[in-house]
Ligand binder design. Structure first.
Ligand SMILES: Nc1ncnc2c1ncn2[C@@H]1O[C@H](COP(=O)(O)OP(=O)(O)OP(=O)(O)O)[C@@H](O)[C@H]1O
Ligand SMILES: [Mg+2]
Length: 315
């Protein structure tokens, strides 16, 4: 089956400023794809480019199976939907009037049925007659989400859909994302919330102008950090250099605290037994030896800090 999104060496520049560069990835149908990166990384610009709102500078893409070229913009827009960073609603119109306007604009068939379904999906049936200007930020966000559902898209781009939402509203949006993806909708989700990405996404991409990493959330952690061995001894080693240097697969070590050492290793299955033997030979009381467990946040910060040295695929 053809992927829902297939992006190849896509770049966008605004004059001298590079918004994103040489980005390639694929998203399967019905997948939730998480797009993470710091402010200014190029996430929204990527969404706008794939959503046919702006043209790429170079590279190519298939969106909902259709080549991303200006002639196909209308055809693509029929199959996708974007929930932008800011809702952009008519504040002097009611919720339902807003949705009617957009249903009209998108020429969706059976607008009343679609509107009712979208309102129900975001749990806004009760507030349908309220003016959008009188809604809270989170409720406006939900109206924007309902609007994005009107054309029953194959691919739904959500640009930080839970930013500023309370925990209950966030959970509702998460449940909706999961339900949509189960019904076969492909979700492209930009977010700053790492736990959100980890919970919802099949694949996570980390962008900082260029793609820094791409894979399932669990793989991102191991790819970066399975190579760290944490060693704790009851007392500090008198001569750690003598213990750690020259051991197979151990590349470097540093002190983390009293009797606590962090070793960079190329293969923990070789390093761990060698380190254990060396510590025993040095008469050290070993408290623990183990691969460090790091959160997705550690991975993320490591990746986006490391500007000069894009670690895509580094071992
Ligand atoms: N229309 C534009 N003209 C000029 N520069 C732009 C334009 N749109 C975006 N940029 C620049 O492109 C870069 C990427 O911006 P973008 O909005 O894609 O970042 P983002 O990852 O969505 O950030 P955030 O997390 O803050 O939403 C930024 O340096 C931004 O200033
Ligand atoms: Mg953005």
């Amino acid at each position: 089956m053809q992927p829902a999104l297939s992006v190849h060496a896509l770049s966008k520049r605004f004059g001298d400023r590079v918004a994103f560069n040489d980005v390639s990835f694929e998203v399967g149908r019905g997948e939730v794809f998480g797009f993470l990166g710091p402010n200014g990384a190029g996430k929204t610009t990527t969404v706008r480019t794939l959503g046919t709102l702006i043209a790429p500078t170079s590279g190519s893409a298939l969106v909902a199976g259709i080549p991303l070229i200006p002639e196909n913009a209308v055809e693509i827009r029929r199959r996708i939907s974007i929930m932008p960073e800011s809702p952009g609603l008519y504040l002097r119109l009611s919720v339902i009037e807003n949705l009617e306007c957009f249903a009209d604009l998108y020429e969706v068939p059976e607008p009343h049925k679609r509107i009712a379904r979208a309102l129900h999906a975001v749990k806004l049936d009760e507030r349908a007659r309220d003016l959008c200007g009188a809604l809270s930020k989170g409720l406006r966000q939900r109206v924007a989400l309902a609007r994005a559902l009107l054309n029953e898209p194959q691919v739904l781009f959500l640009d930080e859909p839970t930013s500023g939402l309370d925990p209950a509203a966030t959970r509702d949006v998460h449940e909706l994302i999961t339900a949509l993806s189960h019904s076969g909708v492909t979700i492209f989700l930009t977010t700053h919330r790492l736990e959100e990405a980890e919970r919802l996404c099949d694949t996570v991409a980390i962008l900082n102008t260029t793609l820094r990493m791409l894979g399932p959330p669990a793989q991102l952690r191991t790819q970066l950090f399975a190579t760290t061995l944490a060693v704790r001894t009851r007392l500090p080693l008198p001569d750690p250099d003598r213990v750690f240097n020259g051991l197979p697969s151990v590349e470097a070590w540093r002190r983390d605290g009293m009797g606590s050492y962090s070793l960079t290793v190329s293969d923990p299955t070789i390093a761990a037994p060698a380190v254990t033997r060396a510590l025993v030979a040095a008469d050290a009381d070993v408290l623990s030896i183990g691969e460090s467990l790091h959160s997705l946040e550690d991975v993320y910060l490591e990746l986006v800090d490391n500007d000069a040295n894009p670690p895509l695929g580094r071992s």
